[in-house]
Write a protein that binds this ligand. Structure first.
Ligand code: KG4
Ligand code: ZN
Length: 331
């Protein structure tokens, strides 16, 4: 079974050909980071235009690289939600056109489901497991009972962790995306600044990161600070909160298998620290699969297609459907 997957939910235009039996046949990805850099974040209209401009040339490149005959795919998988609505619309329309021309079914995928299953591209993981999703738009904890059965346990009440990285980098005068920049700086810094660990003692599995950003703004505005030390202190605070909430989720659910996914799971300190947690098994995807890509969408698409899930022709992108209610509108 072979999927062509389309991912355009944010600022990465990505396509992948993926075989259930053989794994990745090929994948192409064009990051728009340079275009959004000067704005300190993704500009939705620019993102949609770039997707429109680049999807067909990327498909050409994918087919040239793989020498694959597109007529041999079984279906077209695509990200339906969540994401920037204009960007999603471009990808959904592209997927629909391909599906129509090739006479192949359309399989909608939830972007966060894609992130969760990014780990499965490298190895299957037995159910149940916990998923800590840390991306630019989301910071959520889920219990995954089986494919398609997600129980929301808690999440951020304000900024997502990736968003927080991006905002802190911008405060320090850096461009977008901030995560990799802070990651690099933190490696040579010391945790010299005392920053809050919001909601650490709170009994729930909810989190909050906006206070951390405010504390950093004050330090930056004082004018005299070390960027390396501030990056290191910020990262330490974020990871302390994420680790505490993850361990609390393990304690509450008694589930000791965990996947940590989404763009922030590419972070080097997170990877080192979380993989050393004792008493639990932690799975983190390869950094290439942590950040947005179409391989994870293809993988989740195959799991959906195997279960007979396809989309009607008039399906529309949805800006922010929760993972646990995905599919209720159109299936
Ligand atoms: O999952 P993703 O690629 O896109 C969304 O679904 O949002 O995540 C993007 C986020 C950005 O906020 C980016 O700054 C962050 O992931 N990120 C990182 C690292 N690489 C990307 N954050 C911390 N450390 C990194 N190495
Ligand atoms: Zn993502």
């Amino acid at each position: 079974m072979i999927a062509l997957a389309v991912e355009t939910s944010c600022d990465e235009t990505a396509l992948a050909l993926y075989s259930q039996e053989r794994g990745v046949i090929g994948d192409v990805l064009l990051s728009q980071a340079k275009i959004h850099q000067e704005f300190g974040g993704v500009v939705p209209e620019l993102s949609a235009r770039e997707h429109t401009k680049n999807l067909l040339p990327l498909l050409d490149l994918l087919l040239k690289q793989t020498k694959f005959d597109l007529r041999k795919i079984d279906f077209v998988a695509f990200t339906l939600t969540p994401g920037l609505i204009l960007s999603l619309t471009v990808g959904v329309s592209f997927a629909k056109s391909l599906s129509y021309a090739l006479k192949k079914p359309l399989v909608p995928v939830h972007h966060l489901e894609g992130h969760i299953y990014s780990v499965f591209v490298e190895r299957p993981i037995p159910y149940p497991f916990l998923a800590l999703i840390v991306s630019g738009g989301h910071t959520d904890l889920y219990l995954v009972e089986e494919f398609g059965k997600y129980v929301f346990l808690g999440g951020t009440l304000d900024d997502a962790v990736g968003e927080s990285y991006d905002k802190v980098a911008r405060l320090m005068g850096f461009g977008y995306p901030g995560g990799p920049i802070i990651d690099r700086l933190a490696k040579v810094g010391k945790p010299a600044y005392h920053l809050p660990r919001p909601m650490l003692e709170d009994k729930s599995l909810n989190m909050s990161f906006s206070g951390l950003k405010t504390a950093i703004r004050r330090i930056v505005e004082s004018g005299d600070y070390s960027k390396e030390d501030l990056a290191c202190s910020f990262q330490r605070a974020v990871l302390d909160v994420l680790e505490a909430k993850l361990l609390k989720a393990v304690q509450l659910t008694k589930v000791k298998r965990v996947v940590v996914v989404g763009g922030v799971s590419a972070n080097s300190e997170l990877r080192e620290r979380f993989s050393k947690l004792s008493g639990i098994e932690v799975f983190i995807p390869h950094p290439k699969l942590s950040t947005d890509n179409a391989i994870m969408i293809a993988y989740a698409g195959i799991e959906r297609f195997k279960r007979g899930i396809t989309a009607p022709e008039d399906i529309n992108p949805e800006p922010n459907t929760p993972l646990e209610t995905f599919g209720r509108v159109w299936s």
